[in-house]
Design a protein around this ligand. Structure first.
Ligand code: NAD
Ligand code: ISE
Length: 334
């Protein structure tokens, strides 16, 4: 079976997903796209042989669309995801599932009411081989009992539309998800520690910041968020256990030796660093959809990560630790 995919949003990541689905993912083709930027949508649709719709509602209703990828701005995700649920179509919604916990919970409740999983959230780090190895070392005894972790999340720069709280809701939200997944537990409290601001960042960016997370089991995670580090895209993760540590490495592309030194290229951005993870994410999702299931990061995962992001924004404002109180988890996500 070929899964006919409709893609909402053909900006940076949406156009990349269209390319991967059209050229690389086995068993998929892009049958429709929509973007309010109609010229861009037409440019992306043409090589894929896809129809460019005049509204996202028309794309969701199109009988030639079996499943939907949402890659529009985060605040639009809840309405678009709920429409897919109501149409009974599997949907891979880019992170964040929503920009507020209430909106994310609305999606969870809409899906839970149907009694079946239709929603997957684009937390692609769970498909990255480095993170998969870290999780394995945490669970097979290699590092003993995992106790704490350190993470770094640096972007060379972010687009102009990136506002202050987006460092939590749009960027560090990946860390909230990945540490819930690695430790297989919820985050119970978050504290954001403001740091001396980089003179090179826009004042509204609150950059850099340190975020402290406490997990259900008492483990603590430190996250450095720096969305304007200038030198490249640098994602790090080290988990400290009772017997040793396990660290993520940036996949090496080139090592240059010369001038009495040795240097390694840094990925320019998330497109380069996580290229294989996005491809695996889409390939697994398409295979699952063809098999009649959705199995990846869930709407509940999207809600929990958004709840932590919201608490982090509050912590920044209050300058103190904020506890996280999640809603009751529907049986669908047990
Ligand atoms: P972008 O601004 O490049 O693209 C967003 C697109 O959505 C634009 O083309 C815009 O015209 C379009 N759009 C605006 N209103 C719309 C509407 N009503 N309906 C349909 N489309 C509409 O942004 P981006 O970087 O591609 O990010 C898109 C989403 O993907 C965001 O939620 C972002 O957080 C997420 N993202 C995820 C990753 C990841 O690593 N998983 C990486 C980048 C972006
Ligand atoms: C971007 O939207 C992503 O999701 C990237 O993975 C993340 O590293 C970046 O900070 C976000 O802006």
């Amino acid at each position: 079976m070929t899964v006919k995919v409709g893609v909402i949003g053909t900006g940076m990541i949406g156009s990349e997903h269209v390319g991967r689905l059209s050229r690389q993912v086995v068993g998929a083709r892009v049958s429709a796209v929509f973007d309010v930027a109609t010229e861009r949508a037409a440019e992306v649709a043409a090589p894929a042989g896809a129809t460019a719709h005049t509204s996202w509602e028309a794309l969701v209703a199109d009988p030639g669309v079996d499943a939907v990828v949402i890659a529009s701005p985060g605040e639009l995700h809840p309405d678009q995801t709920v429409a897919c649920i109501e149409a009974g179509k599997p949907v891979l919604c880019e992170k964040p599932l929503a920009t507020t916990p209430a909106e994310a919970l609305r999606v969870v409740q809409a899906e839970a009411a149907t009694g079946r999983r239709l929603v997957q959230v684009g937390f692609m780090r769970r498909y990255d081989l480095g993170y998969i190895d870290v999780k394995k070392a945490m669970s097979d005894g290699t590092i003993g009992e995992p106790l704490l972790a350190h993470a770094v999340h640096r972007n060379a720069s972010v687009p102009d539309f990136f506002q202050g709280e987006m460092s939590m809701t749009d960027s560090v939200v990946h860390e909230f998800d990945v540490f819930r997944w690695l430790f297989d537990s919820e985050i119970t409290a978050v504290t954001v520690v403001p740091v001396k601001q980089s003179p090179l960042g826009a004042p509204h960016l609150r950059d850099p910041q340190i975020v402290l997370l406490r997990m259900t089991g008492g483990e603590v995670v430190t996250v450095e968020s720096f969305v304007n580090c200038r030198y490249g895209y640098d994602v790090r993760c080290e988990v400290v256990g009772s017997l040793g540590t396990v660290s993520l490495d940036n996949p090496r592309t080139t090592v240059v030796i010369g001038g009495a030194g040795r240097s390694e290229r840094m990925p320019a951005d998330w497109r380069e660093r996580f290229a294989s993870a996005y491809l695996t994410e889409l390939q697994v999702w398409v295979a699952d959809v063809a098999a009649g299931r959705v199995d990846g990061p869930s709407a509940w995962d999207g809600y929990a990560a958004t709840a932590v992001a919201d608490a982090a924004v509050t912590s920044y404002g209050k300058g103190e630790r904020v506890d996280i109180d999640l809603a009751a988890k529907p049986a669908l996500y047990a």
